[in-house]
Design a protein around this ligand. Sequence first.
Ligand SMILES: Nc1ncnc2c1ncn2[C@@H]1O[C@H](COP(=O)(O)OP(=O)(O)OP(=O)(O)O)[C@@H](O)[C@H]1O
Ligand SMILES: [Mg+2]
Length: 355
Amino acid sequence: MEKEKFDTELVMSRLAEVYDPELNRSIVELGMVERIEAKDGRLTVKIKLTIPGCPLKNRIQSDIEKALSDIPEIREIKIDFSAMTAEERKNLTKQLKGKDPSESFARKNVKNVILVASGKGGVGKSTVTVNLAAAVARRGFKVGVLDADIYGFSIPRMLGIKGAPTVIDNTIIPLDSYGIKVISMGFFISESESVIWRGPLVHKAVTQFLSDVYWDDLDYLFIDLPPGTGDVALSVANTAKGVNSILVTTPQPGAYMVASRIGQLVDKFDIKMLGVVENMSYFLAPDGKKEYIFGTGGGTELSERMRIPLLGQIPLETAIREGGDLGKPIALSDNSTPASVEFGKIAEKIIAAAG
Ligand SMILES: Nc1ncnc2c1ncn2[C@@H]1O[C@H](COP(=O)(O)OP(=O)(O)OP(=O)(O)O)[C@@H](O)[C@H]1O
Ligand SMILES: [Mg+2]
């Protein structure tokens, strides 16, 4: 039977509009379209998946079918899937990483990095990270969160996200939660597992998170550091030079004790301190009075000592804790509270200061 004429260019231009859902790039550009063949009104499209058994195969299939559905010459579409070879995957990741694959993420795909640091644990650093990330994302920016708290990760729970990220030839594809890209050690181990057995690999894990995650184009990457100025904080500071940082503290007086240590970090590395966020500043009693449960002055004191602005004061609210436990930050909720309004204001100051 005679081969039918069909417009190869038209088919390819339609396929070029189909995006790989994880990599967010055209399947044509990514080299995933191996061949197209037409016979008797039947079009066969050969697709090479980045990894065999890719979980998004069905989505890619239906997107291709949709993209080609209105070409009248095509009466039937068959999609043959195979997987890329190791060599092809290597070329793909090279292409994703850009010209210099050894270059750290901070310089390439991410416009602004915001380290979230604190002198001690339990001050609400992770809570502040996810809510500021959410508030910035709500303002139309592309945002990611890197949970650098390898031992005490809590970002997956706070953003209500579970799962195993796809890894293509050492390039890690972040998961997505409310449009925010997320990477955490929590995605690589089960909840009951201890991270301790990975002890020697911790530094490697952090540096890998810093260099091998495909963030695509981000406006802001928030990094939740472990408390204090331990090894992980130093690894991050060292790898991601030229970044911004905010400090989280509670209102207890004496917060400057931690400031000197963090100050050393700033001096040693090229970090721009944007300001202090005071958390758990007060509790708004039902009669409208502010109760200063954890005292007052910590945020102001720290900002004066560091000569950086006090960006805002977040009240104690049950909704914050609940949002963290339920996996939906209050900054994303449509019901505003004094705390979510304050997160919004701080987000705007960060956008103004970081650019
Ligand atoms: N302003 C707030 N109002 C109510 N609860 C809060 C507030 N800030 C934080 N919390 C709650 O306090 C607990 C500790 O907060 P979070 O985990 O963010 O602190 P952290 O500084 O990241 O701790 P760690 O040092 O363990 O990483 C969480 O249960 C969180 O929901
Ligand atoms: Mg934390």
